[in-house]
Design a protein around this ligand. Structure first.
Ligand SMILES: C[S@@+](CC[C@H](N)C(=O)[O-])C[C@H]1O[C@@H](n2cnc3c(N)ncnc32)[C@H](O)[C@@H]1O
Ligand SMILES: Nc1nc2[nH]cc(C(=O)O)c2c(=O)[nH]1
Ligand code: SF4
Ligand SMILES: [Mg+2]
Length: 232
């Protein structure tokens, strides 16, 4: 019996050691090989124009690639990742270091890529990491602030509903108010709630958004202030 137990614990220890080596290898592969480069459309230092951080200086890193297909998207040039160069994460981070203390990762849909490596390197440099995402892919990365802007065409994953700090719903038509309420019911209860009018529909829809927020004060208005300020 004792021999059997000894054998068993030897087996378990061996299994555990091998598992740790296996897990470490996977970690190394994802960190070093798969995501040492990311498709970058542009990076620019500006003022956050939307949501909770409106008005704060921020360095925007716009990763390329998106398959969600919003017909009113204001950055369709980002959709095809093949049109943009793959840049070393170390170079993206060193550029960010020269441009303030807050980075916003956007796109395209940034969560198409595993963002663990990029965000851990930014955090190592003491930079705050915020993300703008539709939530259509599983959450990766280490975040100080997550802005979830859900889209009907490709709904968010549970991982993003659970971790979001703000929910920013775009109002293009009347049905979008209903969709916004459905999304508010799915996001974690601490998330701040914003309605943002679709830029091309603001003359028609902004008065409705203003009335809606006055009648439903759990919501606040987010406007694309950078477009009024005529900055990037
Ligand atoms: C270009 S998207 C990139 C990040 C991510 N794909 C997403 O949709 O959240 C950045 C933000 O702009 C919003 N947005 C895009 N086009 C817009 C438009 N025409 N009017 C208002 N907001 C818009 C998105 O909903 C999102 O909150
Ligand atoms: N100034 C400024 N603020 C922004 N907030 C979210 C943006 C985005 O495109 O993700 C954006 C942007 O493109 N410019
Ligand atoms: S998910 Fe974001 S980047 Fe993709 S089409 Fe919609 S607004 Fe544009
Ligand atoms: Mg924008």
């Amino acid at each position: 019996m004792k021999e059997q137990l000894n054998g068993c614990s030897f087996f378990m220890k061996n299994f555990y050691d091998n598992y740790c080596i296996f897990a470490e290898n996977i970690k190394m592969t994802t960190t070093e090989t798969i995501v040492d480069k990311l498709p970058l459309m542009e990076a620019f230092y500006t003022i956050q124009g939307e949501g909770f951080y409106t008005g704060h200086a921020a360095y925007f890193i716009r990763l390329a690639g998106c398959d969600v297909g919003c017909h009113w998207c204001d950055v369709k040039e980002s959709w095809d990742e093949n049109l943009h160069p793959k840049i070393l994460v170390s170079d993206i981070v060193s550029q960010a270091e020269d441009n303030g203390k807050l980075v916003v990762i956007t796109g395209g849909e940034p969560l198409m890529w595993n963002l663990d490596h990029l965000t851990s390197k930014l955090k190592e440099k003491g930079i705050q990491t915020n993300i703008e995402t539709s939530g259509a892919y599983e959450l990766s990365g280490f975040w100080d602030w997550i802005c979830l802007s859900p889209k009907k065409k490709k709904l968010p994953t549970q991982s993003v509903y659970d971790a979001a700090n703000e929910l920013k719903c775009i109002i293009y038509n009347h049905h979008d108010f209903k969709f916004a309420e459905e999304q508010a019911a799915k996001v974690n209860k601490n998330a701040k709630l914003y309605l943002q009018v679709e830029w091309g529909k603001k003359e028609e829809m902004l008065p409705l958004v203003i009335d809606y927020v006055k009648n439903n004060p759990k919501w606040a208005i987010s406007t694309q202030t950078h477009k009024y300020l005529d900055i990037p």
